[in-house]
Design a protein around this ligand. Structure first.
Ligand SMILES: [Zn+2]
Length: 158
């Protein structure tokens, strides 16, 4: 770290501690050239991710939006707040881990559906029906059929 007084790039860290907000690290440094002390803050930089819609419009990635979508689909279903939060976190981690600066909105839609499929079939169909509506009505029937077939099977299927 370059010394703000003499511009030398030679210092030692005297003390490191978490910043007040917990999201940063405060380091007290001493310049080995002029012996003056200064403080640096280190914080995590969250990469920004743009969601690219079909028309080409870009929106910043919005985890609350995903959460609202999931919550709506899970309305009155036996899904806890934690389940939804975990699903959002999983989608977020995957998207941020896979895409660098932009992600197609369709990818997020598909991830939400995958999550719902694991969580709750009714919630899944709810979301899928709205989501697929804009693509092809036949897609929805194709999605629905195996679920219906499964639910019509006797519970003690062996
Ligand atoms: Zn210095």
């Amino acid at each position: 770290m370059r010394c703000p007084f003499c511009r030398a790039d030679n210092d030692r860290v005297i003390d490191s501690r978490a910043g007040d907000d917990g999201g940063s690290i405060r380091r007290r440094r001493e310049c080995l050239a002029c012996r003056r002390r200064f403080t640096t803050y280190e914080r995590v930089e969250r990469q920004s991710l743009a969601v690219v819609k079909k028309g080409g419009d870009r929106d910043p990635f919005d985890r609350d939006k995903i959460k609202r979508g999931l919550a709506k689909a899970c309305w009155k279903r036996p899904i806890t707040e934690d389940d939804i939060e975990n699903a959002v976190a999983a989608i977020e981690a995957e998207v941020f881990g896979t895409y660098e600066s932009e992600v197609p909105s369709g990818v997020i839609g598909e991830r939400i559906m995958e999550m719902l499929k694991q969580l709750d079939q009714v919630a899944y169909v709810r979301f899928a029906s709205v989501y697929r509506e804009f693509k092809d009505a036949r897609d929805f029937v194709e999605e629905l059929e195996p679920i219906l077939a499964q639910s019509l099977r006797p519970a003690d299927d062996r």
